[in-house]
Design a protein around this ligand. Structure first.
Ligand SMILES: [Fe+2]
Length: 352
């Protein structure tokens, strides 16, 4: 956030993304709620300020209008919360065997870290709309790092065969994971093939040329070539890189055009140990975001339970904007099928 001024932090760049000032205040407020108030048993710093940072009560399209903290007040609130958090931490026993499920294995601390890191990715989505914004060098290196083995276009079409059988899906009972990743349970899968690599930009361009499909978000035609206009740049599209910023509908249409289909999220998880090209884009699956059998909401219903149903599609994997600490193999991301502001790509599967 360092290169941004207060005006940029307060600007609503898109109705489907929060102004950055909201994310920053929300990160601090979530930390205050869980660590300072719940674990530390202390009163909040600013009365009921927290109601403006409740993500369910305040959908993204209204966040720019809320009486949230801004500018110097925002920065001092963030610093005050962090100071109180560290103070509470001094007196807390984080013991692997405590009976308190919030403290067991340090759950609540890992949850807070994961929350902040996941918001960093959401803020990076918004930053794609900020002309001239330069990514910090470490993140730019992730974004533009040499392609992982197997993500060059020459390997488009290579597949991995996954045998029919029973596969264990979900997170083990101990260690940090979100409620929606549990309980771990066996799933019976028929044999299938899955592409060794995510769909490349060059494959996506062939699909667009043949079908007239819409380009990914931020792509523009410049003469005969496609360019990427995110952050106000005009960079040629790298044909070998995985295609990102596609909606579920675009992903599904691509897979059909290729004579294939999107994998289910269970197929994706079963095949994950053999997949190349992970980490450069989330991958849409055909699965709706549903509870696993025996699901129990923890630590609050609003993390997952209120989103279960056929409205949201699951994405698996991670992107260049995802911190490795939150890229678990059982991690389930979800979004509305029409969304493409996320760093979302495609990997195809096929029955055999
Ligand atoms: Fe949040």
């Amino acid at each position: 956030m360092e290169p941004l001024d207060d005006e940029q932090l307060n600007t609503v760049y898109s109705p489907i993304l929060s102004p950055l000032a909201w994310d920053l205040g929300h990160i601090a407020n979530f930390e205050e709620l869980w660590l300072v108030q719940t674990i530390g048993g202390r009163e909040p710093l600013n009365g009921d300020l927290g109601r403006f940072y409740d993500a369910i009560e305040n959908p993204r399209e209204v966040r720019g209008e809320l009486p949230i903290l801004r500018d110097a007040e925002l920065r001092s609130y963030m610093a005050d919360v962090r100071e109180r958090t560290l103070d509470v931490l001094e007196g807390v026993e984080i013991d692997g065997d405590t009976e308190d499920p919030l403290l067991r294995d340090g759950f609540v601390y890992e949850m807070l870290l994961a929350h902040e890191l996941q918001h960093n990715e959401t803020m990076l989505q918004l930053l794609q709309l900020v002309d001239g914004y330069e990514l910090p060098p470490t993140i730019e290196a992730e974004r533009s790092s040499p392609r992982m083995p197997g993500t060059d276009a020459s390997r488009d079409g290579e597949t991995v065969t996954i045998a029919a059988g029973e596969y264990e899906i979900g997170a083990p009972p101990r260690g940090f994971a979100y409620d929606n990743e549990r309980p771990r349970h066996p799933v019976e899968l028929a044999a299938f093939e899955i592409d060794r690599t995510p769909v490349s930009n060059s494959a996506y361009i062939s699909f667009m040329e043949e079908t007239g499909a819409e380009p990914p978000l931020y792509w523009e035609r410049d003469g005969g070539a496609w360019i990427d206009t995110a952050r106000g740049r005009r960079e040629p599209i790298d044909p070998a890189a995985p295609a990102v910023h596609v909606s579920w509908q675009q992903a599904d249409a691509f897979a059909r055009w290729a004579g294939k289909r999107l994998p289910t999220e269970f197929e994706w998880e079963a095949a994950r140990p053999q997949l190349d090209g992970l980490g450069q884009g989330w991958e849409w699956t055909s699965s709706d975001f549903l509870a696993y059998p025996g699901f129990e909401a923890f630590p609050y219903r609003e993390y997952s339970e209120v989103f279960f149903g056929d409205e949201y599609k699951v994405l698996r994997g991670s992107s260049w904007a995802t911190h490795p600490r939150v890229a678990r193999e059982s991690f389930r991301n979800w979004d509305l099928p029409q969304r493409n502001q996320i760093f979302s790509g495609i990997r195809c599967a096929r029955d055999i």
